[in-house]
Design a protein around this ligand. Structure first.
Ligand SMILES: [Zn+2]
Ligand SMILES: [Zn+2]
Length: 137
């Protein structure tokens, strides 16, 4: 049986719902300082989908411009980080992977921004430590 290609998810409180059709182009962990603060954790795990395949809805959805050209969406009720969009990745939306019900299907391929990784985080997953996400990365 073919894998289902509609991936659904939601924030912690359930007010924000996510639907992504098709498959992510990549999945990976980001250790940059902005992502750490956005999720309140040592790193953020994303799946990169074509933006046109993603629907995000919910009346508590808010946007935050965390740096020039970067828009993060989050739920203003429960605080869940929902998505990242950056001008360096035109046409893509990066979903916080574990909000998807079937997040376990999408195994990350690597880590980025490991230079700002927390020093006590011990990574032994043997994934590449500098996955290429964009031409200048
Ligand atoms: Zn919520
Ligand atoms: Zn990041």
């Amino acid at each position: 049986m073919a894998a289902p290609n509609l991936h659904k998810g939601h924030c912690l409180c359930g007010n924000v719902s996510i639907e992504a059709s098709g498959e992510p182009r990549w999945a990976g962990h980001c250790h940059c300082p902005s992502c750490q603060k956005a999720v309140g954790a040592a790193f953020a795990t994303y799946a990169g989908f074509l933006a046109e395949t993603v629907r995000i809805n919910g009346d508590t959805l808010k946007t935050f411009r965390s740096s020039p050209g970067v828009t993060r969406r989050f739920c203003s009720n429960c605080g869940s980080a929902v998505s990242f969009e950056g001008e360096a990745w035109p046409g893509e939306i990066h979903l916080h992977l574990v909000l998807l019900d079937d997040a376990g299907m999408f195994e990350p391929q690597g880590h980025v921004y490991v230079k700002t990784q927390q020093p006590w985080l011990n990574l032994d997953d043997n994934l590449p430590k500098r996955m290429k996400l964009a031409k200048d990365d």
